[in-house]
Design a binder for this molecule. Structure first.
Ligand SMILES: [Zn+2]
Length: 455
């Protein structure tokens, strides 16, 4: 049986296969429950340091991703052991003076020159976590205690290399990282060329092409006071959003927050004290700190978590999994600390049994601290969202209602104009993060499959 299987090796049902099946639309296989994957099995153990090879890909027409644009066509791949394959090359990678046939039509069908599943897993998880504790997490006080002017230059220093050429080739690339989506596309096209005809399972409901999720991190009491400024704007456009508040950092305004819930918004947890050390504690410490937020979590019906500063470790996410339905602490690329960190994908993914919805639109704070104007920020957001729409992913927007961030008069105006542009798009599914998490989990049931269903 094994030797008769042509082309891409899709069996047995490994963790990597599951990743692929979740993103594309293989045969429905009732009874193969989602979440049954043993906890943590999809997260590979710590990766060896990998050299990421930047490649310009050339495709035969049937394999070309229609959304791959000239200016973001650089694909980064961890190509440790690439096989030499005989046959007609369908996709060729060019880089570092080499030409590597990546996908080949050979005697036994279509084959990848590399282990597709392992490569994809590495792309998703090699940079997904904050492995090294950043210097800023050692600051003995909250960042809001630093005067805004000093904070801005400190931020610039910390991010120094974000937009410089030096890190432009780092994985994941900022602000758009196409590599993961390119691999999935190749896998899907390969199956079509091999004659598989599974009925498609759409990514999103209601025939929408992509999802849009509005979120806010409320870092301080002042931020909480400004919530209505942004909430009013959203409601005026018929939109709702998720507000991640801290559990124990400022006095929560339950009247305000419960009124938000009643009008259809969502409230999530943004750490306990927003002090930047949470992710780096022991499992027990993290558990205790999260449990200490039990009251607001239950009174505000919180289902989701976003870590302060986007600091996230495997230990943190394992603890989050115990108490929440989803997490949104992993960016697809970049955070305020710059490029070279993130899961490289604009689709939800599973970390152990936890649903992760990556934050995929560059957050307001880092851009403002880096002196971007509101107009430039909106332009960048729309550019990123256009790309997310093209690949069919989820656009997760993050703004802070803090006085020096999106509660600034000029940013409020720009946000209003931005919402108006977004709202006009009939292809967008506007949803709360908990709705996206739920939808993706249910969709996973429809798309899970066994190797046996494919022969
Ligand atoms: Zn924050």
């Amino acid at each position: 049986m094994e030797s008769a299987r042509p082309g891409v090796d899709l069996s047995p049902m490994s963790a990597a296969d599951q990743l692929l099946s979740e993103f594309w639309w293989p045969t429905a296989h009732a009874g193969d429950a989602l979440g049954d994957s043993p906890g943590g099995s999809r997260v590979p153990v710590r990766h060896q340091s990998t050299s990421w090879v930047p490649l310009h890909l050339s495709f035969v027409e049937a394999m070309r991703p229609p959304w791959l644009e000239e200016d973001n066509a650089l694909v980064m791949m961890p190509l440790a052991d690439c096989k030499d394959l005989l046959g007609e090359p369908l996709v060729v990678g060019k880089g570092s003076g080499r030409q590597i046939p990546l996908v080949v039509h050979g005697r036994h069908g279509i084959a990848f020159a590399f282990d597709l599943g392992a490569t994809l897993e590495q792309m998703l998880f090699a940079r997904a976590f904050t492995e090294r504790r950043p210097l800023i997490s050692y600051l003995p006080f909250h960042y809001h205690r630093i005067p805004p002017r000093v904070r801005a230059s400190l931020g610039k220093m910390l991010r120094g290399t974000l937009y410089s050429g030096k890190r432009r080739s780092a994985y994941p690339q900022w602000p758009i990282e196409p590599s993961v989506e390119v691999l999935r596309w190749l896998w899907y096209q390969t199956r079509k060329l091999e004659g598989h005809r599974e009925p498609p399972v759409p990514f999103w409901p209601e025939g929408r092409r992509y999802a849009v999720v509005l979120t806010h991190d409320v870092d301080t009491a002042q931020g909480q006071e400004n919530i209505r400024r942004l909430a009013d704007l959203e409601e005026a456009h018929g939109l709702r959003s998720c507000w991640y508040v801290t559990g124990r950092h400022y006095v929560l305004d339950y009247d305000l927050l419960q009124a938000l819930l009643r009008t259809g918004h969502e409230i999530g947890l943004h750490g306990d004290t927003h002090d930047s050390t949470l992710a780096f504690g022991s499992a027990e410490t993290i558990r205790k700190r999260l449990e200490a937020c039990r009251e607001p979590v239950s009174r505000l019906a919180m289902k989701g978590f976003r870590s302060p500063y986007f600091f996230r470790t495997r230990t943190l996410l394992r603890e989050v999994e115990q108490q929440f339905m989803y997490d949104s602490s992993i960016p697809d690329t970049g955070s305020f600390l710059g490029a070279g960190t993130g899961c490289g994908s604009v689709f939800p993914l599973a970390v152990g049994g936890l649903q992760v919805i990556p934050t995929t639109v560059p957050p307001d704070g880092a851009l403002l601290a880096d002196s971007w104007t509101p107009e430039e920020i909106i332009e960048l957001w729309l550019r990123k969202i256009r790309w997310i729409k093209a690949v069919g992913g989820v656009a997760v927007v993050l703004t802070h209602p803090e006085p020096e961030m999106s509660a600034r008069r000029d940013m409020v105006d720009a946000y209003g104009a931005f919402l108006q542009r977004l709202k006009a798009d009939q292809d967008a599914w506007f949803a709360l993060p908990r709705e996206v998490a739920r939808h993706w989990r249910l969709r996973g049931r429809e798309t899970s499959w066994h190797a046996t269903s494919m022969s």
